[in-house]
Write a protein that binds this ligand. Structure first.
Ligand code: GTP
Length: 361
């Protein structure tokens, strides 16, 4: 099976293939206008046809079959540049087609491999150009005619636009992948809720809002009762399913502005903006009842489950998010120690508070 990296490499090779086909076809037109004026020999025409029509397919086949397609494609790009250097000398330095060829190839190499590939290609291009010039008897006819100008126009007009389109779609894809990565780095993989770090950021934001504007906010920490036994009795997969069910239940039972998150294992948290302790306790009790009354059947097995919840509101005595979390945690611990399946509310930073009994069991 192909890995994501291999898939990316082959996409790159296919992209360069399409660009090479277009670039060499348009470039061949410009070169042909000069060969025509120079009454070039048949073998030069044959070489032009071969390099324009056969080389792109050969280069593509070589890269696709290579163990390292990207490395082979870079070699092909350097070969392209060397061929370009030879054509500049064979055109006897006809100014417009030569400058166009060199500029388009430099642009190509720069966008495919940066300065390194560009400078390597340019060095080889100059060397091959000088060697071909020497073999060709140092012939020089730099003046471009109207025919050369017209033959260069398609490349001048079409190639840069095509190149920009390719680069634009690449940039779009990178932006989209960055967004996905950002989303993944904030999300808990099993439940789809935000993960601990992201959740703590949300709690931190509410704590700051309280410091600045005294806006009320509350935290609820909750934990599945006896989750270890559920895992042991029904299996880890059933435990995972239960964690996902709880996440759905939280998403359904809360407002859009509330932030539920998985803090780790079977512990979850909820940040409730603009919510005082009384309202947060009512929310916690509603969630507890929802959990208690959702009794899923898994493969014919009935899994009863409940949760315990600790609630804490932000206040003057809370120095930072850590202290706020500790208050909610103390309340959760109290709900557990007083029999589970209940809501416990922190009354102050020193851990006092009240616990509501379950209405149904
Ligand atoms: N299925 C599943 N289990 C997990 C996952 N992460 C942690 N656990 C298990 O969750 C259990 C958590 O148990 P504890 O929180 O220690 O205790 P508990 O059994 O829930 O008991 P109380 O919290 O005291 O009611 C452990 O057995 C972990 O192995 C997970 O992603 N999936």
């Amino acid at each position: 099976m192909m890995t994501v990296a291999q898939d990316g490499h082959l996409r790159f090779v296919a992209r360069v293939y399409r660009l090479r086909m277009l670039g060499l076809a348009l470039g061949a037109l410009a070169v042909a206008s000069v060969l025509y004026q120079l009454h070039a020999s048949l073998w030069l025409w044959a070489t032009l046809i071969l390099s324009g029509a056969v080389w792109p397919h050969l280069a593509y086949a070589l890269s696709r079959r290579a163990a390292e397609p990207i490395r082979t494609e870079y070699v092909n790009l350097v070969i392209d540049a060397a061929m370009g250097g030879a054509w500049v000398a064979l055109m006897q330095f006809n100014l417009l087609p030569s400058a166009l060829l060199v500029a388009m190839m430099a642009m190509d190499r720069m966008s495919a491999g940066g300065w390194r590939l560009m400078s390597k290609s340019l060095a080889l291009q100059i060397a091959v150009c000088l060697a071909t010039w020497w073999i060709n008897g140092f012939r020089l006819q730099p003046a471009s005619t109207m025919l050369n100008v017209v033959a260069c126009l398609p490349m001048l007009l079409v190639y840069p636009v095509w190149m920009s389109l390719v680069n634009y779609s690449l940039a779009q894809r990178v932006r989209q992948q960055n967004r996905q990565l950002d989303q993944l780095s904030r999300t808990d993989a099993l439940t789809g809720l935000c993960n601990r770090n992201h959740w703590l950021e949300a709690a931190g934001g509410e704590w700051l809002r309280y410091q600045r504007n005294q806006r009320p906010a509350a935290l609820i920490l909750l934990d599945i009762d006896g989750f270890k036994q559920i895992n042991d009795r029904y299996g880890h997969a059933a435990g995972d399913q239960l964690l996902s069910d709880l996440a759905r239940l939280l998403q359904r039972g809360l407002r859009d502005v509330d932030t539920p998150g998985r803090l780790g294992g079977d512990e979850f948290g909820i940040v409730l903006p603009e919510t005082n302790l009384e309202r947060a306790s009512a929310v916690a009790e509603r969630i507890r009842l929802l959990a208690e009354n959702s009794r899923p059947n898994r493969h014919g097995q009935h899994i009863p489950w409940t949760i315990s919840l600790g609630v804490a509101a932000v206040g003057e005595d809370i120095q930072d998010v850590g202290a706020w979390m500790r208050q909610a945690d103390v309340a959760l611990y109290r709900a557990k120690s007083q029999g589970r399946n209940r809501v416990s509310v922190a009354s102050s930073g020193r851990g006092g508070g009240t616990t509501t009994q379950p209405t149904t069991v």
